[in-house]
Design a protein around this ligand. Structure first.
Ligand SMILES: *Cc1c(COP(=O)(O)O)cnc(C)c1O
Length: 461
């Protein structure tokens, strides 16, 4: 086999092609030159691998597609019809209108991020949110960082480096995306001391493990998994009492973190931040973009001296939050303060949506598909590592793929919906594509109905 590179056009030949010359009106020469070189290098690799040499037309088309895709934003909005409300891969919590609006003034001009307007001297970025968190949780002090993984890492680094932290064996979990409690502990320099058995841990297990090197007792929310059957975990009240007895702080990684009582929405109880503080934890850690329903953030609330210690730690600077998300988080927290979370915060609007409203919307969606779909009962998930196993009843639009080739028909329908200007993401089950209105805001129905009408006319062709 010959590897013939001679058929490849030269860089100059591609650059002087009329179609590339036209692109020069829109893109700098150097960018086009780099793209041409890259395409020619790819072509050389293809030839070396025994493939035929790409034609000049193919190379020009690839260069043109390459520069256009650079110009188009890669991060795009989409419609989440998967039924998973806090979908980590789809960006977790959508923000409220007020939170979105709050980001504009914070980013458009300068702001008093770290500037005290009373004294004219340097201020702290934490003051903008601390009072809100104190009010909502009853804690003495608060601190906000980049995300909850960073919050936990900061907490352990500042309080337990070269010391031991006692955790129940059933809570030494991996919460997905590679975040494993034992690894985070190691990274912080703290030594994890696991106590109890996988399914049962008692107060005595913690107390027997306390040594002069112990820095804290810690609870970790099991987030995405649930132990069922014969199990026992120590309650937060018991753990705090035990901590007092041994003169040790109790740290609480709540994971999602929640301000509202989830049982009021037919869900299992999710530990609430206020409860942890009332029980007497020294520090509680939770995410801004899970059940709080705000931007990505890691929130730490609790004891004043400990929060001050965390603030002074060098890592605090490395994981600090930016002004734009700080503004969005403050606006989100204000919804709780005004008792309007379920009407303003998208994640809570979705959680509290009534099944009959969802059914009405599902029927309208199904109609857009021209009788090819049916509305069936199903379940939505809260997601985001909250409420393991917890689901909400819903109505799904089910598009069956039909007979033998069903699965590939379903894959192709899902792919068509994903490749729209505003992609629509469903959930694929056995031979069926499911679309759940619960994780779609009613304001977005128009977009999805248009997508489904198009899909329906495609199917008729
Ligand atoms: C989600 C979660 C984290 C990580 O939070 P991020 O905000 O995603 O960094 C940490 N701990 C627990 C228990 C979680 O559920």
């Amino acid at each position: 086999m010959t590897t013939d590179f001679r058929q490849l056009p030269s860089v100059d030949k591609v650059l002087s092609d009329a179609r590339i010359v036209q692109l020069e009106q829109k893109f700098p020469h150097l960018l086009l030159l780099n793209q041409v070189r890259r395409q020619l290098e790819k072509s050389r690799q293809l030839i070396a691998a025994g493939k035929p040499s790409p034609s000049l037309d193919e190379i020009v088309a690839a260069v043109s597609a390459g520069v256009s895709s650079l110009e188009k934003p890669s991060l795009r909005p989409l419609i989440n019809a998967s039924g998973v409300i806090l979908h980590t891969n789809l960006g977790r919590a959508p923000l409220s209108k007020e939170a979105i609006a709050a980001m504009e003034p914070a980013s458009k001009s300068y702001c008093n991020l770290e500037f005290d307007l009373d004294t004219g001297k340097r201020g702290s970025r934490h003051v903008h949110i601390e009072q809100l968190l104190i009010e909502l949780t009853g804690a003495e002090a608060a601190l906000v960082v980049n995300n909850n993984a960073a919050a936990v890492l900061l907490g352990l680094s500042a309080l337990a480096k070269r010391k031991e932290v006692i955790v129940s064996r059933g809570q030494a979990v991996e919460i997905g995306g590679g975040f494993r409690i034992p690894d985070v502990m190691r990274q912080s320099g703290a030594k994890l001391v696991e106590v109890g058995t996988t399914n049962c841990t008692y107060v005595a297990d913690y107390e027997q493990a306390v040594s002069p090197r112990t820095a804290a007792l810690m609870r970790v929310h099991s987030s995405n998994f649930k132990l069922v059957g014969f199990t026992h975990e120590v309650t937060m009240e018991e753990l705090v009492a035990s901590g007092r007895k041994c003169n040790l702080p109790v740290l609480d990684d709540l994971g999602s973190g929640c301000f509202l009582d989830t049982t009021a929405f037919g869900l299992a109880p999710e530990p609430m931040v206020q409860q942890s503080i009332a029980a007497g934890v020294a520090l509680a850690f939770f995410s801004g973009d899970k059940l709080v329903g705000g931007p990505q953030a890691g929130i730490i609330v609790g004891n004043k001296e400990l929060v001050a210690k965390l603030r002074k730690h060098p890592l605090a600077r490395a994981v600090r939050i930016d002004k734009i998300r700080l503004a969005a988080l403050a606006a989100t927290l204000t919804h709780y303060l005004k008792d309007e979370a379920t009407t303003r915060i998208p994640a809570w609007r979705m959680i509290s949506a009534k099944v009959d409203e969802i059914e009405k919307r599902a029927k309208t969606w199904a109609e857009a598909l021209g009788g090819r779909a049916e509305v069936v009962a199903g379940e939505s998930m809260v997601g985001g590592g909250s409420l393991p196993g917890g689901t909400l009843p819903t109505r799904l639009v089910a598009l069956s793929g039909g007979g033998k080739k069903g699965q590939s028909v379903v894959e192709s329908l899902a792919s068509k919906l994903r490749h729209r200007d505003i992609p629509v993401i469903g959930r694929i089950g056995e031979n069926t594509l499911y679309l759940d209105p619960r994780s779609v805001l009613p304001e977005e129905d128009e977009i999805i109905i248009k997508a489904l009408k198009n899909l329906s006319s495609d199917l008729k062709k």
